[in-house]
Design a protein around this ligand. Structure first.
Ligand SMILES: *Cc1c(COP(=O)(O)O)cnc(C)c1O
Length: 385
């Protein structure tokens, strides 16, 4: 299956990573709970070349999931991590060390910023934040010791689309690696490796899991970075349980179908909100009026259900009345599940300020009926006056 490049994501998501023959014909790889893996004899122990050697290093539960996402990503090797943030930390540690310089996009997921400013700094890795719209201009920020450029496109909370191929061309010219947090688009809507990325990161907690019941992540590497990823993963002792790999793979099977619906609903909500008098602007790259639309159209195959809204300036009490009167949009972190969510956005910038007078909110369009969702937004927005 894996050498047929023409298969579409829906087909790959359905078939990849299945091991039915090894499991009495069961369609799904069962949950393996294993620490010890027994060896047949001393020779196989000494050779150390059996498929499975020790629970932390993998079981059929983790390899089914890894193989499936690896095929969807088109990578050389994918390794599961205990969370999306764990995957980000793993990918950076696979390429950067003491004395190295890291270029980090200013619109990164906020815990990624904390990782850079606290732990990576303590380990002697220096971070410079860059404007998400910098494109080939990143050349000016490259130093002789710049080891990696980290992208996230569209950016967390503010949804700027990055010119990843232009950035990758500059980075590769001096041997720096390109890392991408591809959680928003998933490999279904943005193929990282086709756009010059070396390590593609996914918070599988979001759309891959898809049901708000699992914390998990992964890093997919191209051939040049496969060994570095494998050794960093081994040395850091990262592991995801068989139960969590099972849930993630179960979610993956339906992800392309769910994404199509998230896309459609997200766009309906975004178009409706863009016309609402309480709304200043909508941050959604698939809207023709969005500044990132042209790049999005060039590089992406679709949009998912997560977008931002800048509200017109309003007193906090009215904003609270709006948020508290929503009935179908849960207020909570994370996204990518089947349910609609809303959170106020707290934007942290240091390189390129984000310009918004009013409050910014982030909406995740779930799988509910869009008429019901719009009616809910409509009654709640009336509180903004
Ligand atoms: C949620 C998120 C993460 C972190 O994933 P966890 O599984 O919560 O650790 C990373 N990047 C982005 C863009 C996210 O939204």
């Amino acid at each position: 299956m894996s050498d047929d490049k023409k298969l579409k994501p829906e087909t790959i998501a359905t078939h990849a990573g299945r091991m039915s023959e090894a499991h009495f014909g069961a369609v799904n790889t069962p949950v393996y709970r294993a620490s010890t893996i027994l060896y047949r004899d001393l020779a196989s122990l000494e050779a150390g070349n059996t498929t499975y050697r020790y629970g932390r290093l993998g079981t059929p539960s983790s390899s089914s999931f890894e193989d499936a996402v690896n095929e969807l990503e088109g990578g050389a090797r994918t390794i599961v991590a205990p969370s999306g943030l764990g995957a980000i930390a793993l990918a950076i540690q696979a390429v950067c060390g003491a004395g190295d310089h890291l270029l980090m996009v200013d619109s990164c997921y906020h815990p990624t910023r904390l990782l850079c400013d606290r732990t990576l700094k303590r380990f002697g890795i220096e971070t410079t934040y860059y404007d998400p719209l910098i494109g080939a201009g990143i050349e000016k920020l490259m130093k002789p010791n710049t080891r990696a450029v980290f992208c996230e496109s569209p950016g967390s909370l503010t949804f700027e689309v990055q010119d990843v191929p232009a950035i990758a061309a500059v980075a590769h010219k001096q041997g720096a690696s390109v890392l991408l947090d591809n959680t928003w688009a998933t490999p279904v809507y943005f193929n990282a490796f086709d756009h010059g990325v070396d390590l593609s990161i996914q918070a599988a907690t979001k759309y891959v899991g898809g049901h708000a019941d699992v914390m998990i992540g992964y890093v997919a590497a191209n051939e040049s970075y496969r060994e570095r990823l494998e050794s960093a993963h081994h040395d850091l002792g990262l592991y995801a349980s068989g139960d969590d790999c099972y849930l993630a793979l179960r979610g993956l099977r339906t992800m392309p179908v769910r994404l199509a619906r998230h896309q459609e609903s997200g766009l309906k909500l975004a178009h409706w909100l863009a016309k609402h008098p309480a709304v200043e602007r909508v941050l959604h790259p698939a809207l023709e009026t969005d500044p990132g639309h042209a790049l999005w159209k060039r590089d992406f195959k679709g949009a998912t259900g997560l977008f931002g809204v800048v509200l017109k300036d309003t007193p906090h009490s009215r904003f609270a009345a709006f948020m508290d009167s929503l009935k179908l949009f849960g207020m909570g972190y994370s996204w990518g599940g089947y349910e609609s969510l809303i959170v106020p956005a707290k934007i942290h910038r240091s390189a390129a300020p984000f310009d918004a007078k009013g409050r910014v909110i982030r909406i995740h369009a779930g799988l509910e009926d869009t008429g019901d969702l719009i009616a809910d937004l409509d009654q709640a927005l009336a509180n903004l006056g």
